[in-house]
Design a protein around this ligand. Structure first.
Ligand SMILES: *[C@@H]1O[C@H](CO)[C@@H](O)[C@H](O)[C@H]1NC(C)=O
Ligand SMILES: *[C@@H]1O[C@H](CO)[C@@H](O)[C@H](O)[C@H]1NC(C)=O
Ligand SMILES: *[C@@H]1O[C@H](CO)[C@@H](O)[C@H](O)[C@H]1NC(C)=O
Ligand SMILES: *[C@@H]1O[C@H](CO)[C@@H](O)[C@H](O)[C@H]1NC(C)=O
Ligand SMILES: *[C@@H]1O[C@H](CO)[C@@H](O)[C@H](O)[C@H]1NC(C)=O
Ligand SMILES: *[C@@H]1O[C@H](CO)[C@@H](O)[C@H](O)[C@H]1NC(C)=O
Ligand SMILES: *[C@@H]1O[C@H](CO)[C@@H](O)[C@H](O)[C@H]1NC(C)=O
Ligand SMILES: *[C@@H]1O[C@H](CO)[C@@H](O)[C@H](O)[C@H]1NC(C)=O
Length: 792
């Protein structure tokens, strides 16, 4: 393989690929390394069943070897992902290793060991990305093995690469924002996922989850989804008829994955499960026509496209083949006995003579059991009934008060007695024997049915890929219906996409579900020329909630959902970063500080002009002087980006940064002082409303200290120090005022003009009046002429 071409000498890339299981199916983790370049690239993303992203990514990487888990391609039992990759990368060497090498814990250990310290912010990003960590473990183990050497500690560059065409949200931001997991109780649904999840199918749930973690960045696609949601909201009949069909679908992806697996041995269990799956398949295909009917009157392009996809003749072809051997009225039912009956009688009569005989035997035994129990009931004059559970088979059940029984006991012929309240469950030696005979005839039936089913499945395999399309459509429709559903319960609004972040009376979607009263709504406005907002206010005044609310609204908009606001417009964010302080935890100073610094470093290294950055309190884990210093430094860096940044802080000194940077805007949360009647101490009342300008309540930290029980001498000292710092900053500020004011005015005029030109929907006359107004504003905000002429 070293002889192939020259370029082999330039790089030798090995990639490990692993796919999640269960709810995380479709979640793919990849790790790659170039043997010629000590850089490990990790990625993890959700893909649909066409695995287009994985293939694209692999194409970009151009590996020479691909490693996958042996479970992906056990003899005759290959996953869709494995067959697609082997198909697309014919020249690539494939190696399979045991699944246990894909060990995420080990992966994290490897990275800890091997990653050079300058790249260590990778931890933040991948900590909870289990699949790429698992892939990294297998990859690094394999490389050690083939190279017969190990990498030196802290020698590798390790980097995370999000998937293309989706917004990146790092794992700590996802956690801060409680996107899919609630921080207090991982089982409760107070998350963005919980707020939006009205999905009816497992596939819809998975899709919603992966969308929330990786929102779209393409306005056209988002608007196509929004068009659908709008149509669903406007057309109630469409909404309800679609929802009713969608809710009948089972887990189509799961079904597909078991259908394409061929078991290594035939057991009664595998036979039974194949029969069950065939019934599920029939059930699923029978829903295609109702789904088409529900979609037939729709107008939006996406829904129309789905309708057209469903015109695929393969659905009908498969169903026809199925109905040649399977009874028309065989269907998926709930309840284990009725499902068992469905399986027994699935295959049409007269297809297999022995099957018909076995079924007659089975029916006779079941009738005998019922007859026997009736006789027993008569014999003892007790209200006995036939019952069934998959664990016990047939057994006897009876509702009776203990006192009505002779001697307060059941007759001695009954065994395995259990009692729940007044319900007795029991069996008898005869009944156990008959159950055994029943099982035996069932095994026969399943075996013969299985032979028929296998023959049928062989005939339909070639058409079965149309189900990938169906499962995609179903999960997508389910998610869109879920958005519409959420919208009908709260007054959400359709977002627009422009170059401005403007939210009018937006509120926190999760808080709305928890709080008794509707949370206080508020406005947000960021533009290119005003892309940095500093928010001040004491803690508990609602800063964190306000900041999270903005990020959540942004994410909702970018997945195609409506948004909790009166009006909103977003600039599409390619990345969303948050740094949100946990509750003030004085005990863990040091670790808080480390965490803060890691998070801010990560943001600074990765943010770009198209990011949305939310920082809530920075520099808490250290002294005030240092804290201010760090905040200043971070702000100054971020101010040079065109990213939209919202920066909440309790350091009022920071507000004055707006004198130096025209693109800074100050907001504060209002606080009212209430003199409590007892004593002359003041109490702070929070209003949870946001106002322009920085907080009037200067030194609220000191005020809060006063309210608390610090010695007054300490407070006096602190006040003096604060006054000195504030004065310095103000002096510095005043020195540069006249020129800066003019610059600011010019800057704002320019920015308004650009915006007006870009976004205006005004007619020319109105525009002229508007511009005249702007000019006046500009003249008013300029210092009187002469004052700064000499400087020019
Ligand atoms: C695979 O290798 C063959 C010959 O070695 C070459 O002709 C072909 O272009 C290669 N295909 C790809 C996709 O690299
Ligand atoms: C994964 O690796 C960790 C640490 O090396 C080990 O403790 C654990 O047993 C491994 N898990 C499996 C399933 O092998
Ligand atoms: C989503 O909501 C549905 C009910 O609408 C529920 O059955 C399902 O379990 C939820 N999914 C998850 C993953 O919580
Ligand atoms: C392959 O089939 C076996 C049963 O024969 C099953 O346990 C295993 O999970 C299957 N592999 C995959 C990747 O689904
Ligand atoms: C699957 O995703 C790819 C790209 O992400 C897209 O091109 C393709 O249309 C999707 N397939 C379906 C059926 O939605
Ligand atoms: C925040 O919301 C309150 C209550 O709705 C409102 O009075 C206040 O004006 C809002 N602040 C801003 C800046 O919009
Ligand atoms: C924030 O509030 C908590 C309790 O309300 C208080 O203990 C803490 O000292 C406050 N922190 C600051 C920096 O004001
Ligand atoms: C917490 O930080 C303060 C201020 O820097 C310091 O005085 C104190 O000793 C620190 N506490 C701990 C437990 O590290």
């Amino acid at each position: 393989m070293w002889l192939v071409t020259e370029c082999v000498q330039l790089f030798y890339i090995i990639v490990a690929v692993v796919e999640g299981r269960g709810l995380a199916r479709g979640e793919v983790g990849m790790a790659s390394i170039d043997l010629k370049n000590p850089e490990v690239i990790l990625s993890q993303f959700a893909d649909n069943t066409t695995y287009a992203k994985v293939i694209t990514k692999l194409k970009i990487l151009t590996p020479l070897e691909i490693i996958m888990s042996n479970t992906a391609c056990d003899a005759g039992n290959t996953t869709k992902l494995f067959s697609l990759i082997t198909e697309h990368f014919k020249n690539v060497t494939f190696t399979t290793v045991q699944r246990r090498y894909f060990n995420e814990t080990k992966g994290l250990e490897y990275i800890e060991q091997l990653c050079a310290s300058e790249f260590s912010t990778i931890f933040m990003e991948v900590q909870s990305k289990y699949y790429c960590l698992a892939a990294a473990a297998a990859l690094l183990k394999y490389v050690e093995f083939i190279q017969n050497s190990v990498y030196a500690p802290k020698s590798l560059k390790v980097r995370f690469q999000g998937s293309e065409k989706t917004a990146m949200i790092d794992s700590s931001s996802a956690q801060n924002l409680e996107l899919v997991i609630n921080n207090r109780d991982s089982r409760n649904g107070h998350t963005l996922f919980g707020v939006l999840n009205y999905t009816k199918t497992p596939g819809g749930s998975r899709r919603l989850r992966s969308n929330i973690l990786e929102p779209l960045v393409d306005a056209e696609t988002i608007n196509m989804r929004l068009d659908c949601v709008q149509e669903l909201l406007q057309d109630e009949e469409l909404f309800f008829s679609l929802q009713s069909v969608i809710s009948k679908f089972l887990d189509t992806e799961q079904l597909l994955s078991v259908l394409v697996q061929i078991p290594k041995q035939d057991t009664v269990k595998t036979a039974e499960s194949k029969i069950t799956n065939l019934i599920y398949l029939k059930h699923t295909l029978e829903l295609v026509e109702p789904l088409k009917a529900a979609l037939s009157s729709c107008n939006t392009p996406l829904l129309k496209a789905y309708y057209n996809s469903l015109e695929d003749t393969r659905f009908g072809t498969i169903l026809e083949k199925i109905t040649t051997v399977i009874n028309d009225d065989t269907r998926y039912t709930k309840g284990c006995l009725s499902m068992r009956t469905q399986k027994c009688y699935a295959v049409k009569p007269n297809i297999n003579e022995f099957l018909d005989i076995a079924r007659r035997t089975y029916t006779e035994i079941v009738d005998d059991i019922a007859g026997m129990i009736t006789q027993l009931a008569e014999k003892y004059s007790l209200p006995m009934k036939t019952s069934f559970s998959s664990a016990r088979g047939f057994f006897i059940q009876m509702n009776a008060d203990c006192a009505t029984l002779p001697n307060g006991q059941l007759p001695s012929e009954f065994t395995k007695i259990t009692k729940m309240k007044n319900t007795y469950s029991f069996t008898s030696a005869d009944l156990i024997k008959m159950n055994e005979r029943c099982q035996e005839s069932l095994r026969e039936i399943y075996h013969m049915t299985y032979l028929v089913v296998c023959k049928l499945l062989n005939e339909i395999y070639e058409h079965i890929h149309c189900l990938y399309k169906l499962s995609d459509i179903v999960s997508m429709l389910d998610m869109l219906l879920s958005f519409a559903h959420a919208c009908t319960l709260s007054d959400y609004v359709r977002p627009e996409f422009t170059d401005t972040l403007a939210i009018k009376q937006g509120w926190h979607p999760i808080l709305e579900k928890i709080a008794v009263e509707k949370p206080v709504s508020n406005n947000t406005y960021l533009t290119e020329g005003n892309n940095f907002v500093i928010i001040t206010g004491p803690n508990m005044s609602g800063k964190s909630t306000y900041l999270k609310q903005i990020a959540l609204c942004q994410i909702m908009a970018q997945i195609g959902s409506y948004v909790p606001a009166e009006y909103c417009s977003f600039r599409i964010a390619e990345q969303i970063f948050t740094r949100i302080g946990m509750d003030d935890d004085i005990e863990t100073n040091a670790s808080t500080f480390m965490k803060e610094m890691k998070e801010i470093t990560y943001i600074i290294q990765n943010a770009n002009d198209k990011s949305l950055i939310i920082i809530d309190e920075l520099g808490r884990g250290t002294s005030a002087e240092e804290g201010i210093g760090i905040c200043y430094a971070a702000c100054e860096y971020l101010l040079n980006l065109k990213a939209f940044t919202l920066f909440a802080t309790h350091f009022l000194e920071l507000c004055h940064i707006d004198a130096l940077y025209p693109n800074v805007e100050n907001h504060h949360f209002e606080v009212q002082h209430v003199r409590s009647s007892a004593g002359n101490k003041e109490k702070i009342a929070y209003t949870y409303t946001l106002s322009r300008g920085y907080t009037e309540e200067k030194n609220y930290g000191l005020k809060a200290a006063e309210v608390s029980s610090l010695p007054s001498s300490v407070i006096l000292d602190a006040k003096e120090i604060t006054n000195r710092i504030t004065k310095q900053i103000l002096q510095h500020r005043q020195k540069s005022t006249p020129e800066m004011m003019k610059q600011r005015a010019v800057y704002h005029l320019a920015m308004r003009l650009v915006q007006t030109a870009r976004n205006s929907r005004l007619d020319p006359d109105s525009l002229r009046i508007y511009l005249k107004g702007l000019k006046k504003k500009y003249e008013a905000s300029c210092p009187a002429p002469g004052q700064n002429d000499e400087q020019q």
